[in-house]
Design a protein around this ligand. Structure first.
Ligand SMILES: Nc1ncnc2c1ncn2[C@@H]1O[C@H](COP(=O)(O)OP(=O)(O)OP(=O)(O)O)[C@@H](O)[C@H]1O
Length: 658
């Protein structure tokens, strides 16, 4: 049906003043060029009232900050905070559109009256903006959020029959040697919960045993599923490194378990059948230069059980593609730390899905089920009436790797307790330290000490030996490099990735640890900044430049994935940057023995509790905080990441409990 457009539309008042202000903000670097361009595109479709054009500008700008939609309540309230602007900046923009609706209701009336806004439930003409009564969306995000919500809601409501006696028996075997560090045993409980549905979320901080638990869950499925021998299991993660780590941990956990359970379960067979862990891009069949994947609802993935690790890094669009491609009968298990930074791209999917994880909110039915299936009693404080997804979500609460000061620091930051964080940092323990009122040269000196070991090994060169000796040497150099990393909160300036990389590179050269002949030189660490299907390297991959043993004078970049080494000719890598220092965002999914977190001088909207927490939890044995001004830490710990999304609302809408 073709719409008779604008037959009754009153001519909109002129948006000239708005465009003037948009231009001014764009020139001042306060607004993305794209945001103004999007609003102009909406204006080009027909007469649109200036307030709606203003809302379109704000919506597009917020998308760049990771929000998936714009709440009318926020438009009527204080959008300046959401935009990271001062109140004056907002007033300047708002003042160019008069009169501006003052209440959420008045804003809703504007959207309802606009021909370029699709009102959910009405006939869809493919308008670029979507309004659902409370939130304004760019069409793509509305579609993705709806797809994720509907798929998760349907999965959470789907109950699988469980043979309680058999499950109880196997859980007792699988967790036999295991003395729960706490009661209830959340790990055992998580296995029982995951078994009864087609979606489960296991969240928890580093070292809380997410992979340990999921390995037992796989063994349990293998033991009790009616068609265990035919089950197709896939492991995936957002990055190659995280995928390799997942596979390594699962192999290790299943290997140990196989020794213990002996002949009772053919776990070796399960291990052999599982195959490698893959990146989500590769699992879904990414295609060069398009956003679409080979797998989707029309050509679903060939899996029965899909385990996705580091789910906090999965952005909205990727989660939508994943759920679209997952057959309805397959089980999805998401693993991740809900308190970590959300993806750079829009959405905070895991955070939204885990909204009730801390409190539990388990129903009486869930409590009864876990008692019967796992012999675990849910304490009263975790009972409640949260929705169906919360019944399939378990938070692991005890870290086995992080008992010491690094763990205490992470906990304090996560709880928003800056005072306690500062006292841990000043506690004098060798594992954590704080260089406050720092100067840049102090970070450079840390870099010099931290990177010396790999550069020395590189200078000593590979020993002549049998085939494979070169690869062993490369692996050893890469492992030494992976033991230390400098993480920055910001990209630009003296305390950002750019400034620090230049300073560290220069100082390593002055110290005689490396010799630069040009952009590429042996020892140069690089991070890939764009997916490249031709060479098989992906955004976020980190490698080291070394000489090619097969071709004198030629350089290759070597990447470590688990224990495997692969390499690409340096000149074939087009989108890379030097990586002595990298952003906290890009460090997700990695762990370094010694991690240095560098905060900037000024307070900054990017500097949040989640960023500091993510930085700290990248350290496995030693953590150093560097800040030019002490107050920046307290400020960051107090600021939480807020991402507007309608996901929780969409999931809970008509979402019955279990
Ligand atoms: N119940 C347990 N009993 C004994 N050891 C355990 C238990 N749970 C976990 N571990 C051990 O604790 C360590 C951390 O576990 P695991 O790697 O599964 O944690 P994780 O939550 O996946 O961590 P990360 O987020 O860093 O990947 C591992 O060495 C694991 O073997």
């Amino acid at each position: 049906m073709k719409r008779e457009k604008h037959d009754k539309a009153a001519p909109a008042s002129s948006p000239d003043l708005l465009w003037e202000e948009v231009n001014r903000l764009t020139e001042a670097g306060e607004l993305r060029r794209l945001s103004g361009a999007f609003a102009r595109f909406v204006a080009s479709l027909g007469p649109v009232a200036p307030p709606v054009l203003l809302a379109a500008t704000v919506l597009s700008e917020l998308e760049g900050n990771g929000h998936s939609c714009l709440q009318v309540a926020d438009l009527a309230g204080d959008p300046a905070t959401l935009l990271g602007w001062s109140t004056e900046q907002w007033h300047a923009l708002a003042g160019s559109v008069a009169p501006l609706p003052k209440t959420a209701k008045a804003w809703a009336a504007q959207f309802n009256a606009c021909e370029e806004v699709w009102k959910v439930g009405e006939f869809d003409y493919g308008e670029p903006l979507v309004f659902d009564g409370e939130r304004l969306y760019l069409r793509r995000y509305w579609r993705d959020e709806t797809l994720v919500a509907e798929s998760i809601r349907a999965r959470a409501a789907q109950a699988r029959p469980v043979d309680l006696d058999k499950v109880r028996e196997w859980l007792d075997v699988l967790f036999a040697s295991h003395r729960a560090a706490e009661k209830p045993d959340w790990q055992k409980l998580a296995c029982a919960v995951a078994l009864r549905g087609s979606v489960a979320i296991i969240t928890g901080g580093p070292g809380t045993g997410k992979t340990y638990t999921v390995a037992r869950l796989l063994a349990l499925l293998f033991a009790v599923a009616p068609n265990a021998a035919q089950q197709r299991i896939a492991l995936a993660a957002p990055t190659g490194k995280a995928a390799a780590r997942l596979k390594q941990s699962i192999d290790k956990a299943l290997g140990e378990l196989a020794e213990r359970v002996g002949d009772k379960l053919a776990l070796k067979e399960l291990l052999e059948r599982m195959g490698a862990a893959r990146t989500l891009h590769s699992l879904l069949g990414a295609r060069p230069d398009t956003r679409s994947f080979a797998h989707h609802a029309g050509n679903p993935l060939d899996v029965d059980v899909l385990i996705v690790d580091e789910a906090s890094m999965v952005h909205l669009e990727m989660m939508a593609s994943l759920l679209d491609a997952l057959p309805p009968g397959a089980t999805l298990i998401l693993l991740g730390d809900k308190d970590q930074l959300a993806s750079v791209e829009a959405g905070a999917v895991l955070g939204d899905l885990c909204h009730d994880a801390q409190a539990g909110g388990y129903s009486v039915e869930t409590a009864q089920y876990v008692f019967e299936a796992a012999g675990e009693e849910l304490p009263r404080e975790f009972l409640g009436s949260a929705g169906a997804l919360a019944q399939q979500t378990v938070m692991l609460r005890h870290s086995r790797r992080f008992g010491g000061p690094i763990g205490q620091l992470a906990l304090a930051v996560n709880a928003g307790d800056a005072q306690r964080a500062e006292s841990v940092l000043r506690g004098g323990d060798a594992d954590v330290s704080w260089i406050d009122n720092a100067r840049q040269h102090q970070v450079v000196e840390l870099g010099l000490t931290g990177y010396q070991p790999y550069l020395e090994l590189l200078q000593s060169g590979p020993k002549a030996g049998p085939a494979g000796a070169h690869e062993d040497w490369v692996r050893a150099v890469l492992q030494r490099f992976e033991a230390f990393r400098i993480l920055c909160a910001v990209r630009e300036g003296e305390w950002g990735v750019g400034g620090l990389n230049t300073a560290i590179e220069g100082s390593l050269e002055s110290a005689g640890l490396l010799r630069r002949g040009g952009e590429w030189y042996p020892g140069r660490p690089v991070m890939v900044t764009r997916n490249d299907y031709g060479t098989g390297v992906f955004n976020g991959d980190i490698g080291l430049t070394l000489t090619d043993p097969a071709r004198a004078g030629s350089l290759r970049v070597y990447f470590l994935e688990g224990d495997k080494v692969r390499s690409v000719l340096a000149t074939r890598l087009r989108s890379v940057e030097t990586a002595y220092a990298m952003t906290v965002h890009k460090s997700q999914g990695s762990e370094f023995r010694h991690t240095v977190l560098v905060l900037p001088e000024d307070r900054n909207a990017m500097l949040t509790r989640e960023l500091v927490y993510t930085g700290i939890t990248r350290a496995s044995s030693q953590f150093t905080l560097v800040s030019p001004a002490g107050s920046v830490l307290a400020d960051a710990v107090a600021r939480r990441t807020h991402r507007t999304s309608g996901l929780r609302h969409l999931i809970e809408r008509d979402g019955a409990g279990r």
